[in-house]
Design a protein around this ligand. Sequence first.
Ligand code: ZN
Length: 156
Amino acid sequence: MPKIDPSLINIDNYPCLPYPVENFVYEYGKEVFKVEDNELFCVLCDCKVRSQPKICVILHMTSEEHTQATKRHRQKKIEESDRNRERQQEIRTFHKELCEAFIAAEIPLSKLSHPTLRTFLEKYTKNPIPNQTKLKRLYEKSGGDMSRCDYFFDSN
Ligand SMILES: [Zn+2]
């Protein structure tokens, strides 16, 4: 949004139209605005925003404070997404190495269905333990050696 110099705008020249305050939430999204007690709040700046006349909202949206808050919010979302991607990769690696460890020790993966072992592993590794069928699919997808797998995956 292009910058507007607030000193060049006289708010009194703008009419207060019957524009429901909720419309700003629909227009800009719940990540930007929320309504409390019929008042508009900017979620990004954590402040109340005057909603009438409508130009006040536009002035807020183009303010330096809001622009910076938007940049911080976008950066935070990128970092969150990077962390999620890293976490997913970590879980895939864990599942592959879990299969490899069980196969190397000649322990059927059906043993992972035992509630005590499952709870123990989930508690201390902070990783989910999928069921055998899903684990086999994940192991295969991660390039695991399937040649010795049938016994370890299918016996009960
Ligand atoms: Zn704001």
